[in-house]
Design a protein around this ligand. Sequence first.
Ligand SMILES: Cc1cc2nc3c(=O)[nH]c(=O)nc-3n(C[C@H](O)[C@H](O)[C@H](O)COP(=O)(O)OP(=O)(O)OC[C@H]3O[C@@H](n4cnc5c(N)ncnc54)[C@H](O)[C@@H]3O)c2cc1C
Length: 385
Amino acid sequence: MSEREDLHDIRRAVQALCADFPGEYWREKDRERAYPGDFVDALTRAGFLAALIPEEFGGSGLKLDAAAVIMEEIQASGCNGASAHAQMYIMNTLLRYGSAGQKAQYLPGIASGELRLQAFGVSEPTSGTDTLSLRTVAVRDGDSYVVNGQKIWTSRVEHSDLMLLLARTTPRDQVKSKTEGLSIFLVDLREVQGKGLTIKLIRTMMNHSTTEVFFDDMRIPASSLIGEEGKGFRYILSGMNAERILIAAECVGDAKWFIQKATVYAKDRSVFSRPIGQNQGVQFPIARCYAQMRAAELMVHHAARVYDEGGNPGEEANMAKLLASEASWAAADMCVQTHGGFGFAEEYDVERKFREARLYTVAPISTNLILSYLAEHVLGLPRSY
Ligand SMILES: Cc1cc2nc3c(=O)[nH]c(=O)nc-3n(C[C@H](O)[C@H](O)[C@H](O)COP(=O)(O)OP(=O)(O)OC[C@H]3O[C@@H](n4cnc5c(N)ncnc54)[C@H](O)[C@@H]3O)c2cc1C
């Protein structure tokens, strides 16, 4: 089936941009664990990161299917969209639940790239996946909230002007349901740097600019609250489907990169006087990964369509993320195997992409938690936790 012309044009435009950021660029950033600021600037200038922001606020007003194509193509070109993907989707919570004043104040700047909103503080060291047990608190004090606590894995916060923060505003034992009493804040990081906010970089196996963030009597204006106090968990849940579909699209892009790289290498590399790709033991794993990637790709498109038609794609978004992250990881492993020893050499980019692709069966939600969602909410099995 041929792709819609507008999506095809977006693919070509992303490919052209990514061609200016070849393997050497990413290798250097990876070696130095440096933020790829000029890549993110180029994506911003081209308007790709404002794809989902409505035109009235200066964005392109595109649908999720187009945003997914952008993210997929970045990965398929060998680049690393993790440096920028959150600028595309974190604003969703502001767009859906922010007041008219908040939207007018922030969205045009986010659309132009003048303001970066690409940090999302949810995960905490002690609660892990059990988000409802998070311990960061925001206590109302006159015209302010005073925030205390700690987040972990808050990615890109050092390269952000704004952060979306989830904190408890009513103690857990004072709410009827444990999903209540959590609130979402749009924190202006420029105002709180060094005033109750401390950021510590975490070195990880790939270049990801992720951090620990500490709040020590950090005072933020009460106007930072998004929507109603106590309803924050519901707000972030609704934004998670878009995030999962976009990450799944990235995984499909990664899988395409690994499959292409392995195919080219298997045709080219000659051992025992014939291309290694002539051996079924080499070609079958590549073909299997291709089939797995195509199946995941269909689910990503389907999930994006359900989202764009206004449905609730909880099931589809979760399945897209599950299948695509497994397809990309299988392709990563296959690509290393196809390259033999050269799969470990930096200059082939395979080992870098392998490390980068490993993340997505764990974050932003792990495979087990997706399986338990499907078991409980789709199949009606008893809740397991
Ligand atoms: C590089 C990186 C970037 C990240 N960026 C962000 C970010 O920007 N913002 C943010 O808020 N978070 C971020 N995260 C956090 C990420 O979302 C979490 O790491 C992920 O959701 C898993 O949570 P955890 O690490 O606390 O694992 P845990 O909750 O401790 O789980 C550990 C393992 O146990 C399994 N497990 C736990 N409970 C169950 C259960 N009931 N049934 C079956 N299995 C279970 C999990 O599947 C997992 O495999 C990032 C993480 C990483 C590594």
